[in-house]
Design a protein around this ligand. Structure first.
Ligand code: IDP
Length: 164
């Protein structure tokens, strides 16, 4: 099947992670299925276990916060999937599909969200999504430094993010 991309509108890309809790629980396939059913294209995928240094770099903006040590321990506790995904309005669409940061809160206010379905609490919340175009760029390049394949070039607005 050939997928026709509509290049007249603004496609965005974003970085998702399926976190160690969801991978260990065998929920990665369900989450990827939800991603594709909701109209995202998975452009690149990586199965990886982060080192402590990598997790600290990725979450650098949270260094010094009380939850930082737990977050690093959790994020290095097992393998994850990193996904570069695209869709019109991908950043906000993916954050809406994930739901609130705290899975307990997600179950109360957005029970159909992925964090409600697959996460546990404030830290173990099943998935991650970039929160802005700048962080999407940084986070995609963190996992996929050589990303430059034709699918991205074909999607208009994405071109400006490709590393020269
Ligand atoms: P986000 O993942 O919804 O964007 P951030 O505030 O960027 O939320 O936090 C990054 C990650 O750090 C969260 O997904 C969660 O795993 C963890 N985290 C955030 N806030 C707390 C907290 O108050 N207690 C414990 N862990 C937290």
């Amino acid at each position: 099947m050939v997928v026709e991309l509509d290049t007249s509108v603004s496609n965005e890309f974003t970085l998702a992670m399926i976190k160690p809790d969801a991978v260990a629980a065998g929920k990665a396939r369900d989450i990827m299925h939800a991603i594709e059913s909701n109209g995202f294209y998975i452009i690149a995928k990586k199965y990886i276990q982060l080192t402590e240094a990598e997790a600290k770099e990725f979450y650098g903006e949270h260094e010094g916060k009380p939850f930082f040590p737990n977050l690093i321990t959790f994020m290095t506790s097992g393998p994850i999937y990193a996904l570069c995904m695209s869709k019109i309005g991908a950043i906000s669409a993916w954050r809406a599909l994930m739901g609130p940061t705290n899975s307990k809160e997600a179950r109360e206010i957005k029970p159909t969200s992925l964090r409600a379905l697959y996460g546990t609490d404030n830290t173990k919340n099943a998935c991650h999504g970039s929160d802005s175009t700048n962080s999407a760029r940084r986070e995609v390049l963190f996992y996929f430094p050589d990303i430059s394949f034709p699918q991205l070039v074909d999607q208009g607005d994405l071109r400006k993010y490709i590393k020269k």
